[in-house]
Write a protein that binds this ligand. Structure first.
Ligand code: KG4
Ligand code: ZN
Length: 341
């Protein structure tokens, strides 16, 4: 089976070719520079950029995979959740392609694809579902922060999610307060490396609440008031690094503690993580240390697969197709508010 997949739910235009669990090519064009000027993703601009980039990205993926369109046996695209106009670009193009090629078309749930991306390993990447274990999956990015119980392959239940800002959004908003460009997560990560995480004590929102939900907007607000009272801190490079490290520590501690607690409660042996914030070095290290201490197997998505990409869409689509699941009609619509059940 050779399948072409598209991902355009937010600000990454991506196309991938997969065959028998192997990623033959995955091309991602990031729009970060386009949106940085505005301090966040502008939906209308995102859609326009997807329109501009989709064909070159698709051609590059097919060329790299050495696959001609007529060799494709199925086409898949992210159906939701995401920005409506952005989703539509990849989804409608995929439907048109499936129509012309007379091949099956699959609509994929973006978060479900994140759930299985930690099972994509090696270089060139391939799906390693042979070692699949029931797990607690942390999906943590600019748009989502959630804990999911993955009971079996393609069977899962959402345990909790953020009540307000996502963890990545918190990184980005704190970055904005200290004058960093969007998206600020990677830069805070870098600055935090040389900072003292114990320098300032920020709240650990919902750390001790008996549920699997998160909330990060209060943390952002406390940084805002903290800086209002100490504006001079912004001019001191070392104190700024300390601030980044301290905020990062608060976010990471909540994510790690609640993930471990859910895994213990549900009696699984495995924890996985994916989404842009999973690139964060402190999160990767602390999650690994906690899993080692508590006896959990940890599977972190490869950094290139943490952020949005069509490879994870294609791998899941192929898996679903093998079970004749996920097939939808060529006049189906995008589902911008699709919730993970
Ligand atoms: O998954 P993603 O590319 O897009 C979605 O939001 O779906 O995630 C982007 C988010 C941004 O908020 C960005 O600041 C954050 O992930 N991020 C990081 C790091 N790399 C990306 N946050 C903290 N540390 C990082 N190293
Ligand atoms: Zn995502």
């Amino acid at each position: 089976m050779t399948l072409l997949a598209f991902e355009t739910s937010c600000d990454e235009t991506s196309a991938a070719v997969v065959r028998k669990g192997r990623v033959l090519a995955s091309v991602v064009s990031s729009q970060i520079r386009v949106h940085a000027e505005y301090g966040g993703v502008v939906p209308e601009l995102a859609a326009r950029e997807h329109l501009r980039n989709l064909m070159p990205v698709t051609q590059a993926a097919l060329r790299e995979a050495k696959v001609r369109p007529e060799q494709l046996e199925a086409v898949a695209a992210t159906q939701g959740p995401g920005l409506p106009s952005a989703l539509m670009v990849g989804f409608k193009a995929a439907q048109a392609m499936a129509f012309v090629l007379r091949k099956p078309f699959l609509g994929i749930h973006h978060h479900k694809a994140h759930l299985y991306s930690p099972w994509i390993v090696d270089d060139p990447p391939r799906a390693d579902f042979e070692s699949f274990q029931p797990n607690i999956a942390l999906i943590v990015s600019g748009g989502h922060t959630m804990l999911v119980f993955v009971e079996a392959e393609l069977k899962h239940r959402t345990l909790g999610s953020t009540l307000d800002d996502a963890a990545g959004e918190c990184f980005d908003k704190v970055g904005k307060l200290i004058g960093l460009a969007y998206p600020a997560g990677p830069e805070i990560d870098r600055l935090a490396e040389q900072g003292n995480a114990a320098a300032f004590d920020f709240p650990r929102p919902m750390l001790n609440e008996p549920n699997d939900d998160f909330s990060f907007s209060g943390l952002k607000t406390s940084v805002k008031y903290f800086l209002r009272d100490r504006p001079e801190l912004l001019r001191d490079d070392q104190r700024l690094r300390d601030l980044c490290a301290s905020v990062q520590a608060a976010i990471v501690e909540v994510l790690v503690a609640k993930t471990i607690r859910a895994a213990k409660r549900l009696g699984v042996n495995c924890i996985t993580a994916s989404g842009g914030v999973t690139c964060n070095r402190a999160l990767r290290l602390d999650l690994a240390a906690a899993c080692q201490r508590e006896g959990f197997k940890l599977r972190l998505a490869e950094k290139s697969l943490c952020t949005d990409n069509a490879a994870m869409i294609g791998i899941l689509a192929e898996r679903k197709l093998a079970r004749r699941e996920g097939l939808i009609s060529l006049d189906a619509e995008v589902e911008p508010g699709w919730v993970l059940g």
